[in-house]
Write a protein that binds this ligand. Structure first.
Ligand SMILES: Cc1ncc(COP(=O)(O)O)c(C=O)c1O
Length: 774
């Protein structure tokens, strides 16, 4: 395509230069009533401020010169379609969300989205599923999201209808968008990208890749931010695999003005031409100048500045836009806000924004060596004035960077009956509005979120620093909250596990209590009415308060009734503590070693499942080892345990190495001559679990002379039908049961009894057949 052409700009100039008598709007009639502006802006500029007509086309239904300009735009940004926007990326983000989802749908997004996305949730009536972006506490900024966190959320919420990613963040971090798009598309979920701050990405290989090239379905670019167009001029890019052109057009026309500004649209046409033809050279120069400036800033005492090469981390900063200059200033004893004000007032330099720890300066097409040097010199001067003279500023606001708790959808909160109260009195109440500082316009709280003490403290701190705060009320000391007396509509939130591709198990969640990524896995705790508190690892159900007794009775009391004189026990896994709790009920047990690879599971279960974890750190006979079970067994002495209980997760993730011949051989070696092994054997019912059951059983059969399988029902595990493997060098679980001896111990159980002990080894025919073939 010929990118020298500017069909819209050229057409509008020609139209403006014709001697036309206007009896249409705008009423200034080609500038006739705006003489003062004519002098400032030129007569031609005012004549170009025209309204839609056959000659100059119509943005709501372009068929002429706007259409031609949009085709060139789509070509320049490598998208199927492009739509000019005259109400900034705010409108673009809203069009994206409204085009992708229907009322009540779930959408996945990071919490550090711009307020336009939150407003879109209100308009669309969407249920947000927030993912935790990566937090950089040193700079005090929030970066991109990891692929793992997106996948985890998609697994937990398989009914998500769209994924929205901010790429780049205000501070320049980008996520691994290629993989996020690939994974989402694999699940037929469209990806929307807020690329407001990355309009320049397509035009130099040294910049992160543009989302439309990576295949995102809808992408919003603020062409006015870094693309060289006039303020408010933005672009919506569209690849039409999942979302139709018709849907996007009708969404745009729902909200867009019918009097789009031709001055803005002409600036888009020209900016596209310049980006396409000159972008590579211009950004090459700017990137070199910025890299050099960053090196200089990093040598200035008390300042640190983010550089692409050292900041990328394959996670929440998969790539970084070098043209963002983020400078940490707190070692000067000054806050970012203070330096922002000093630069503006004393050095006549307007940077983009300040945060408590940093300032952000944006380098773009209008910059040159002189402007960048002016910034570096000013920073150098500030350092000379302040370095070493003030104590370093330590501002700990990390708590407020984390995702707040959402208890209502933004729309329900927005339309709920409310009251306005002083913000100091709002702790523990539900916000009915978004409050933020601008820029960046990322809400500190949004409608539907609980207001915490930390949030109030942080808001008051920001206000005290003289930032521009935005809330619905003119008085920044007031906030709109849900009227508690009329609280209803609490968020309809469900935990869902896919048991098969077409089979799901769901529990209505009252509260998502905790979510974190440990070194090994994603850990989530929820509260529900029927199952009480429960937790999941990588999205898979582990333990619920309501049914954990079934599993823990059956893993423990079967072997204990076969050999009631067991003294030394090894538990592999079992981080929730339920197995250890049951074992330690036997007074003659001398020692229990529990080997759990992930200490966080133990610590969180102690916090959220105190009854299940009641014996952890509470019984001197129990020793916790936070290490790999496979290695622990390898290194244990021969014959050192009477009982091994493999209470592991499924054979994926951290549990993977446990289901091997080598592991079972080592178990056999470390067991005493009358030792027993109980193995978590998965389920016989669904094919994928039955496959693992057979794998485990075949290996145990090869290793132990006695290998039997018993069943029990677990309401919250896939199919509810679950198995343990019983292996021993000596004992048969049925023939050798010592029922009388066990009864004499007086152990009260809720699920296990000695009749069931015999019955549970009687397996259905299809299970027997599968195990015989294992
Ligand atoms: C990440 C992000 N998205 C969207 C917007 C909205 O863009 P606009 O100001 O063009 O409406 C902004 C504005 O700052 C932003 O930072």
């Amino acid at each position: 395509m010929d990118h020298n052409k500017t069909p819209l700009l050229t057409g509008v100039i020609e139209y403006a230069q014709e001697n036309i008598t206007s009896f249409d709007v705008p009423g200034h009639k080609r500038g006739n009533s705006l003489e003062e502006l004519k002098e400032i802006w030129s007569e031609l500029a005012l004549k170009m401020d025209v309204n839609s007509s056959k000659r100059v086309d119509n943005l709501s239904h372009p068929t002429g010169i706007i259409h031609e300009a949009e085709i060139l735009l789509a070509d320049a940004f490598q998208a199927d379609h492009a739509y000019m926007l005259v109400n900034g990326s705010t409108s673009g983000v809203q069009y994206m969300v409204m085009s992708a989802i229907e009322h009540g749908d779930k959408i996945l997004l990071p919490r550090n989205v711009h307020k336009s996305a939150i407003n879109a949730l209100i308009l669309a009536g969407a249920k947000p599923v927030f993912i935790e972006p990566e937090i950089d506490e040193y700079y005090g900024i929030v970066n991109g999201v990891t692929v793992k966190s997106v996948l985890h959320a998609l697994d937990l919420h398989s009914d998500v209808k769209a994924v929205l990613i901010i790429n780049p963040t205000y501070f320049g971090a980008t996520s691994n968008l290629k993989e996020i798009i690939y994974q989402s598309h694999k699940r037929n979920i469209p990806v929307l990208v807020d690329q407001a701050h990355g309009a320049h990405f397509s035009f130099h290989p040294g910049l992160p890749p543009s989302a439309s090239i990576l295949g995102a379905d809808l992408v919003t670019l603020s062409l006015h931010k870094t693309g060289g167009a006039l303020t408010q001029a933005s672009v919506l890019l569209h690849n039409d695999r999942f979302i139709t052109k018709n849907k996007v057009r009708s969404t745009i026309n729902l909200f867009q003005t019918t009097s789009a500004s031709y001055l803005l649209m002409c600036s888009i046409d020209l900016a596209r031409k310049k980006l396409y033809l000159e972008g590579n050279d211009r950004f090459e120069t700017l990137l070199n100048l910025t890299k050099k400036a960053k090196k200089q800033i990093n040598k200035i005492k008390g300042l640190q500045c983010i550089c692409r090469d050292t900041y990328r981390n394959d996670q929440g900063v998969f790539d970084y836009d070098e043209l963002k200059i983020v400078v940490r200033v707190t070692d000067l004893g000054l806050s970012g806000f203070k330096v922002y004000d000093m630069l503006a007032e004393e050095y006549k330099i307007q940077v983009e924004l300040a945060e408590p720890n940093v300032i952000l300066a944006i380098v773009s097409l209008g910059d040159n060596e002189e402007t960048i040097t002016t910034l570096v010199n000013a920073l150098d001067d500030i350092s000379k004035r302040f370095f070493g003279k003030l104590p370093k500023k330590e501002i700990d606001f990390s708590a407020t960077l984390k995702n707040p708790k959402m208890v209502m959808t933004p729309r329900d909160a927005y339309y709920h009956s409310k009251k306005i109260i002083p913000i100091q009195e709002a702790s523990g109440l539900i916000s009915a509005e978004s409050i933020m500082i601008y820029p960046p316009g990322i809400p500190l709280c949004i409608p539907g979120e609980l207001i915490s003490d930390e949030l109030i403290e942080h808001y008051l701190y920001l206000k005290g620093e003289g930032t521009i705060t935005i809330s619905d009320d003119d008085d920044p000391n007031l906030i709109k909250v849900i009227d508690r007396d009329q609280e209803e509509n609490l968020m309809d939130l469900w935990y869902t596990e896919n048991h098969q591709d077409d089979t799901k198990f769901s529990i209505k969640v009252q509260e998502h209590i905790h979510s974190e990524k440990s070194e090994f896995q994603q850990i989530d705790f929820f509260r529900s009415k029927t199952f009480g508190t429960f937790f999941t690892l990588d999205g898979y159900m582990m333990v619920t308060e309501k049914d954990e007794f079934i599993y823990h009775d059956m893993i423990t009391h079967i072997p204990m009734a076969v050999n009631p004189s067991i003294k030394k026990v090894l538990i592999i896994g079992g981080g929730d503590g339920g197995t250890a709790r049951e074992v330690l009920r036997y007074p003659h047990i001398e020692k229990v070693d529990m080997v759990e690879i992930d200490e966080r599971v133990v610590r969180l279960c102690q916090q959220y499942l105190p009854l299940t974890a009641s014996k952890l750190d509470q019984d001197d006979r129990l020793k916790l080892h936070f290490e790999d079970g496979l290695k622990f067994v390898q290194e244990s002495a021969d014959g050192s345990y009477d009982l091994i209980l493999v209470d592991s997760t499924d054979p994926i993730g951290p549990g993977e190495g446990l289901f091997t011949v080598e592991f079972y051989n080592n178990c056999k070696r470390v067991l005493s001559d009358d030792g027993i092994l109980i193995n978590q054997h998965e389920s016989p019912y669904y094919a994928s679990y039955a496959h693992e059951m057979k794998r485990a059983h075949s290996k145990i059969k090869e290793t132990f002379p006695i290998a039997k399988v018993y069943q029990f029902h677990m309401p919250t595990y896939p199919s509810g039908h679950w198995l343990f493997g019983f292996a021993s060098k000596k004992y048969d679980p049925i023939k050798d049961i010592k029922a009388d001896e066990w009864h004499q111990l007086g152990i009260k159980t809720k699920y296990y009894n000695t009749d069931l002990h015999i019955g549970c080894f009687m397996l259905p025919t299809y299970v027997k057949n599968e195990l015989d073939n294992a």
